[in-house]
Design a protein around this ligand. Structure first.
Ligand SMILES: Cc1cc2nc3c(=O)[nH]c(=O)nc-3n(C[C@H](O)[C@H](O)[C@H](O)COP(=O)(O)OP(=O)(O)OC[C@H]3O[C@@H](n4cnc5c(N)ncnc54)[C@H](O)[C@@H]3O)c2cc1C
Length: 416
């Protein structure tokens, strides 16, 4: 049986590993359009920061990469899929047939439409080549402005700061990390960033970027302007579905899949950032582009591809980051429009410890933890398993025995 996988990120690589483990007669072709062999995307900012060497990005074991049953093709860009005749086509004119196809093409950074966003010295952060290019330019860069302040921007800001670059983070909303932190939590992080000499500006929308004396000049809607050497745009990601004919494979925002991660086309599966998957809290299919989902979905799609029927139950949003020495974790729902949820918080201003629990009736639906991240994995389990909570205040206390709420799975509890 010939398995073809488009995308050699975590979803694709997890599928390769699973097929190798479960199907002795499998012949696998995995295709990626980047110049380098498969690597860990989530480590690229640590490489720029100098925390790890380039070699450490390439995390996949030799036996996987050298397996005679797997062919790695890169850089090869797939430009179309013919599901009727079971072919995929690449930009260099090659045609490949498949018995089973997995689309694990991930996502790409969104670029806002304002003039100048595509210019020189304006970057997004997604691929190894993005950080490698910045790496080479660093000697000439004194300052950098971030347009957008999500978790990836925070990681990148830290990396640049450690390289001696003056960093300013500008967001259009009223607080940074708006998708994953509430206003109080975001203010704690913004104050912390200030203590590291990273400035935060809120409620500022970039209107235009122009070249100015070998530098960049950003005009904001408020009338403010900032001059800088480098701009990094961090406005979220969009699924890589451009090469898919929507009459052949159903796509909404991302590829539509069922609980077996099968698409609307025969023998075509999809996994990772490119799909819309079941969100256990929103109770609907939506984009949830994070690493653990990609890995799990890659595995489950692969099991179904080799004929082992299994279902993907769904996921909840979750992010964690170690910002310099400040750990931050956000699990589940964050927004509390019209106070629809009950909020219980604890803030210790002496050591900047913040915890915010969000309840929908007697169900825990969201947790934000700053500095004290003890038991994050158990909170995750409580949310995921929809455990009813009688004493909500008790849950705030990190010394409290949360284990009474969950059964520990054989593989243990994970926080990330
Ligand atoms: C700097 C950074 C830090 C991050 N940190 C975290 C973190 O701490 N925790 C977390 O949960 N998530 C994190 N993420 C997100 C995480 O990396 C993604 O959720 C994950 O990589 C998704 O895996 P994937 O396999 O679905 O897609 P991808 O990793 O995007 O891989 C898909 C691959 O397919 C290739 N491809 C696309 N189209 C084609 C085509 N037509 N032909 C051939 N190849 C194609 C792409 O170039 C890419 O190499 C981070 C992301 C970044 C950029």
């Amino acid at each position: 049986m010939k398995y073809v996988i488009i995308g050699n990120g975590p979803a694709g690589m997890s599928a390769v590993k699973t097929i190798l483990e479960t199907e002795p007669n499998a012949q696998i072709i995995i295709i990626g359009d980047e110049e380098v062999p498969p690597y860990s995307r989530i480590l690229i900012t640590y490489y720029l920061e100098g925390k790890i060497t380039k070699e450490k990005l390439f995390i996949y074991a030799e036996e996987l990469l050298k397996s005679p049953r797997v062919e790695f093709k890169y850089p090869v860009k797939i430009i179309s899929v013919d599901v009727k005749n079971k072919y995929i086509y690449s930009s260099d004119g090659e045609r490949l047939n498949y018995d089973q196809l997995l689309i694990a093409s991930g996502a790409s950074p969104k670029l806002p439409p304002q003039p100048g966003m595509h210019g020189k010295c304006v970057y997004t952060i997604r691929n190894f080549s993005d950080v490698e290019e910045i790496h080479h330019k660093l000697v000439k860069v004194r300052d950098c402005v971030f347009l957008g302040g999500g978790m990836v921007s925070l990681k990148m800001a830290q990396a640049l700061k450690r390289n001696g670059v003056k960093v300013t983070m500008v967001v259009s909303g009223d607080h940074i990390v708006s998708q994953r932190l509430d206003k109080v939590g975001a203010q704690i992080v913004a104050d912390y960033l200030k203590s590291k000499n990273i400035q935060v500006m809120t409620n500022e929308m970039a209107r235009e970027i122009i070249n100015y004396r070998n530098r960049k000049l950003i005009y904001f809607s408020s009338g403010k302007k900032i001059e800088t050497d480098m701009i990094i745009v961090g406005k979220g990601v969009t699924p890589n579905c451009n090469f898919i004919d929507r009459n052949q494979i159903k796509v909404n925002q991302g590829i539509v899949v069922d609980e077996h991660l099968k698409t609307s086309a025969v023998d075509v599966f999809a996994a990772g950032d490119v799909v819309e998957s079941q969100d256990l809290l929103y109770q609907k299919y939506r984009l949830n582009p994070i690493l653990p989902n990609a890995v799990k979905q890659g595995r489950i799609a692969a099991l179904n591809m080799v004929g082992i029927k299994c279902s993907y139950r769904g996921n909840i949003e979750m992010n964690s980051i170690q910002l310099f020495d400040l750990p931050i974790i956000s699990i589940g729902l964050v927004k509390n429009r019209n106070n629809q949820f009950e909020e219980i918080t604890h803030y210790n201003s002496c050591n900047n410890t913040y915890k915010r629990l969000l309840f929908d009736g007697d169900l825990l639906v969201g947790v934000i933890m700053i500095r004290d991240i003890k038991n994050a994995g158990i909170y995750h389990q409580i949310i995921e398993n929809r455990k009813k909570i009688k004493n909500k205040k008790e849950l705030l206390n990190s010394g409290f025995n949360l284990l009474k709420y969950i059964k520990i799975p054989k593989e243990g509890i994970y926080a990330n």
